[in-house]
Design a protein around this ligand. Structure first.
Ligand code: NAD
Length: 294
């Protein structure tokens, strides 16, 4: 069996076009979705991610603002900026690019973001909403994976899903979202004994560990759907995922590549969540329904 390689770039383009249509509809109601990004420090990867987000905003028609703080900025200064943005009606999404420098109390910063503008979905209110299955802002990377599966009509209901990686931003929310769709989910992590005994059972395998070549063909069930979230830069400068793409491709039914798989969808779902937030803002405005319909 040779897997179909899912084209994350093409899907991202399609979803961004859907977002643009909604942006045009919002314009009729006098609202332009706005995203504010806070970047603290000089982390090179973070700068690239922020640039990609701003480019996507331009492509989709969103207003965007970037607030750059030096690495030795105080937590109070960043929190004051977030509070100002919370009260700014032209901004519908606020995100703090992670990681933050060590002097920052991460949860305190994330909890300052208005839960109605928390387009990354990291505020505890939205984390809790995800647990009970009705969040407005699903975290963008697992949201992108979900959209990839839907785009290929891959039903997760009743399937054995194994998520490798248990971080708060990818693995855990991914597992919750798939469980919500009635998959049978196992989560593996760095302390899992004999990873292969779990992965071999997976009808759908989602890998987000940040370890090149962690998943090889003998660890994968024939016909499995393999979604590689990992992004690793090798010594030669190339980007690879966590899955031995060439080996596993011969055995899986579907596979995503790195780059060109989940990555473009992550940024795209951030656009989706920001548009969604602007729609909620418009709907909540007094007299909105009449104005919007006009
Ligand atoms: P993280 O370091 O916060 O978490 C990694 C998780 O993987 C942990 O739960 C850890 O226990 C587990 N893990 C590590 N080594 C393992 C091993 N040998 N076996 C099993 N589990 C192992 O990382 P993260 O933020 O969740 O990101 C994971 C990967 O996904 C990274 O490569 C990151 O760059 C990538 N990522 C990609 C996107 C995207 O848009 N494609 C978005 C976010 C993260």
């Amino acid at each position: 069996m040779v897997a179909k390689v899912i084209d994350g770039k093409a899907l991202a383009k399609k979803v961004r076009q859907e977002c643009s249509v909604r942006v045009n509809e919002l314009a009729a109601g006098g609202v332009r979705p706005g995203l504010a990004v806070i970047l603290v420090g000089e982390d090179a990867a973070s700068k690239v991610y922020v640039n990609n987000k701003i480019k996507a905003c331009i492509e989709v028609g969103l207003h965007s603002e970037v607030y750059r703080f030096p690495g030795d900025a105080s937590e109070a200064a960043v929190i004051a900026e977030i509070e100002r943005l919370n009260a700014d009606d032209t901004i519908h999404g606020i995100l703090v690019q992670l990681p933050l420098p060590p002097q920052f109390a991460l949860r305190k910063v994330l909890e300052t973001i208005s839960r109605d503008k928390d387009v990354d979905g990291f505020h505890l209110y939205n984390v809790g909403s995800l647990v009970v299955g009705d969040t407005v802002f699903p975290p963008c990377t697992p949201f992108g994976v979900q959209r990839i599966l839907e785009s290929e009509n891959i039903s997760v209901q009743g399937q054995n899903v194994v998520v490798v990686g248990a971080s708060n931003i990818v693995g855990k929310p991914m597992a919750l979202m798939l469980m919500q769709k009635e998959a049978t989910v196992a989560i593996c992590h760095a302390k899992t004994r004999d990873l292969a005994q779990f992965t071999i059972l997976a009808d759908i395998l989602v890998v987000a560990a940040g370890k090149p070549n962690l998943i090889t063909a003998p660890m994968v069930k024939t016909g499995a759907v393999v979604i590689d979230v990992g992004i690793n830069r090798l010594a030669d400068g190339s980007l690879v995922g966590d899955v031995d793409f060439h080996g596993v491709k011969e055995k899986a039914s579907y596979i995503t590549s790195v780059p060109g798989g989940v990555g473009p969808m992550t940024v795209t779902m951030l656009m989706w969540n920001t548009v969604q937030s602007a729609e909620r803002f418009l709907a909540a405005r007094p007299g909105a329904a009449l104005e919007y319909a006009a």
